[in-house]
Design a protein around this ligand. Structure first.
Ligand code: SAM
Length: 263
């Protein structure tokens, strides 16, 4: 059973995906190129969400290649145009048999973080690579988001309170909120070689695109936040703070880790 907290049935999901796309797709595209993505390759994109990266990967591998994009609930990717070499699959990476093997490149962004079975999934992904194939996992370290500017100390405390409640909810749902920093070690233990990691972060200003991720996440998790002691009044002040340009927070750092299957 999936424990994924932000399930895609929620109507706010496209807002989450568009923020992730605009903040992190350029980073992911660069990382995929460094992982060797190119014409004719056979690729797997796990938990593809909106399908933005899957469609781009399809363009990169061209008609001689193939990209399988999976998601527990691919409803948002279904409406996105994609080249014919991109196959979209409703698929649970924890419980379903893998859709194939011998992949040149496997990519997942912000998926394993949510899955209690992440280490078993990592082993399955490694086994699905061809010898010499590359795995690229891009995950947040949600524990490092320094405040860069605040209108006052009360706002800083409010943000910390609501954010901490969200982290607790995620952990109760089985997430590892610091998973990003653990991926290199996990990849080495899983037998991958040439493991290397790059971290990307940017500033998110109140009223801007990136900070909207906090709005979407808190709105979708609001019921659970109440259980962690966050009041409606605090949430209302939190949402107002996210629109205040004098509030600036570091983005979630995206740690992109890639490794190579020996052989
Ligand atoms: C935070 S979103 C990230 C989406 C996309 N990878 C991105 O970075 O924009 C996580 C995605 O993983 C999918 N997901 C969650 N559990 C999954 C599972 N067990 N198997 C496949 N996909 C899963 C969700 O449906 C969702 O689309």
């Amino acid at each position: 059973m999936s424990h994924y907290l932000f399930d895609n049935t929620d109507a706010r999901t496209p807002s989450r995906f568009s923020t992730l796309e605009s903040c992190y797709d350029p980073v992911s595209r660069r990382q995929l190129e460094l992982a060797g993505l190119g014409p004719g390759l056979r690729c797997l994109e796990v938990g593809g969400g909106s399908g933005s990266l899957g469609a781009w990967m399809g363009d990169r591998v061209g008609p001689e290649g193939e990209v399988t994009v999976t998601d527990l609930d691919p409803r948002w990717a279904e409406s996105r145009p994609r080249p014919p070499q991109v196959r979209l699959l409703r698929h649970d990476i924890v419980n379903d048999p893998l859709p194939g093997d011998g992949y040149d490149v496997i990519h997942a962004r912000l998926v394993l973080l949510h899955l209690p079975e992440r280490l078993a999934v990592l082993d399955r992904l490694v086994a699905a690579l061809r010898p010499g194939g590359r795995l690229l996992l891009e995950e947040f370290d949600c524990t490092w988001i320094p405040l860069l500017a605040t209108p006052d100390e009360e706002s800083a405390a409010l943000f910390a309170h609501v954010q901490s409640a969200l982290m607790t909810r995620l952990e109760k749902a089985g997430a590892d909120v610091a998973w990003g920093r653990r991926v290199p070690g996990a990849m080495i233990r899983a037998g991958l070689t040439e493991v290397t990691a790059t971290t990307y972060a940017e500033s998110w200003q109140g009223g801007g695109t990136g900070v909207d991720l906090h709005r979407v996440n808190m709105e979708q998790a609001s019921e659970g936040l109440h259980d962690e002691g966050v009041t409606d009044a605090e949430l209302a002040r939190f949402f107002a703070l996210l629109k205040d340009p004098s509030f600036v927070i570091n983005s979630y750092p995206l740690i992109s880790t890639r490794g190579r299957r020996a052989g």
